[in-house]
Design a protein around this ligand. Structure first.
Ligand code: PLP
Length: 368
């Protein structure tokens, strides 16, 4: 009764402890979760209205083609409707791509550390995973190119990268794309697209015509604040979309998710506001890191990966006792760092205060 051999090397996703349980155990009144890069401001009121309207249709299967959402999104992005594929989160589009292209004879190239689902799904398909270490938080694009051979099917670019928050510039992206053979799919995962403010961040949509092997991934889970509803999408040449569509389940995105996404797309002000507040939050963390002399990666996303000058789990435990859940770098492949999602202003100030006290105690221990 053994599953496929390759599953034996994988662990199921380990969810954090339920917040209520942690509260009880530690005797805390409130807990703030800054661990999964969720939007602290929730989602747009327009999305909520759409959700409410849809509640009378729950007995009807969703539109498997997401026609209304598709039309709206295609118009906004200025792409053709047949250049889009919707997934139960962009996670599912990652899975669909792996199912469609990877098998034991193939390999796939990615950075390390990066978003773990690329590797996870590739392993399930039995493909060889070629991981190229980041250099100072950046994708090492030259080494990634060198890793490509005749059996390479997919190369993953996480831009901005999770967990470092670094980005690949337009010049780097274009020069990379020009060197990748066109029978290799290049995925640009842009889950944090809406948060990016760097002027030289590539608008990859502009390159879909030049590079028929480019697949762009975006999601409603992060800046749009709809993580619970599970909806994300891929954008690519129509030929790619058409060829991977059979690997998609017919009713993979729900009515509620489609409706909410339609509402969310109408609220540009909400995104603008969240982006601005996120920037302010990042600046607070930068100032703190500079003041304490802590190494960090400048981030184009809604999280920051920073050095805690000690074991990441120790910092994690300390912050947990103060009511803050973060991501320990031990789980991310960066053992002395923690990843903190940028929260609301008060939350940022409070966690920075706790972290400051923690860092002071670590420094004191070292000097004693
Ligand atoms: C959060 C995240 C995703 C997945 O988001 P979904 O909720 O599945 O749409 C994909 N890629 C990266 C880099 C992420 O951080």
């Amino acid at each position: 009764m053994q599953p496929k051999q390759q599953l034996l090397s994988l662990k199921p996703y380990k969810p954090g402890k339920p917040v209520e349980e942690v509260k009880r155990e530690l005797g805390l009144e409130k807990i703030v979760k800054l661990a999964s890069n969720e939007n602290p401001y929730g989602c747009s009121a327009l999305a909520k209205e759409k959700i409410a309207e849809e509640l009378s249709n729950l007995h009807v299967y969703p539109d498997g083609y997401s026609a209304e959402l598709r039309e709206k999104l295609a118009n906004q992005l200025q792409v053709k409707q047949d250049q889009l594929i919707f997934g139960n989160g962009s996670d599912e589009v990652v899975q669909i791509l792996c199912r469609a292209y990877l098998s034991p004879e193939t390999n796939t190239v990615m950075a390390a550390p990066t978003f773990p689902q690329y590797r996870h799904n590739a392993v399930i398909e039995g493909a060889e995973v070629r991981e190229i270490q980041l250099v100072e938080g950046h994708h090492d694009l030259d080494s990634m190119l060198e890793a490509i051979d005749k059996n390479t099917k997919i190369v993953w670019l996480c831009n901005p990268n999770n967990p470092t928050g670094n980005y690949i510039s337009e010049t780097e992206f274009v020069s990379f794309m020009k060197k990748v053979p066109q029978n290799v799919i290049v995925v640009s995962d842009e889950a944090y697209f809406e948060y990016v403010s760097a002027a030289d961040y590539p608008n990859t949509l502009d390159y879909l015509n030049d590079f028929p092997n480019l697949v762009i991934l975006r999601t409603f889970s992060k800046a749009h604040g709809l993580a619970a509803l599970r909806i994300g999408y891929g954008i690519a040449a129509a030929a790619i979309i058409q060829s991977i569509e059979p690997a998609r389940e017919p009713f993979n995105t729900s009515r509620i998710a489609q409706a909410a996404a339609i509402g969310a797309l109408d609220d540009k002000d909400f995104i603008k506001e969240c982006k601005a507040k996120n920037r302010e939050g990042l600046d607070l963390f930068y100032a703190f890191c500079k003041q304490k002399g802590l190494q960090y990666y400048p981030s184009e996303a809604n999280f920051i990966l920073l050095d805690v000058q000690s074991d990441a789990d120790e910092a994690f435990d300390y912050l947990l006792r103060k009511g803050y859940i973060v991501r320990s770098g031990n789980a991310l492949g960066t053992p002395n760092m923690i990843r903190i999602t940028i929260g609301e202003e008060e939350q940022n100030k409070e966690i920075i205060e706790h972290l400051g006290t923690y860092i002071d105690s670590v420094v004191q221990k070292v000097s004693n």
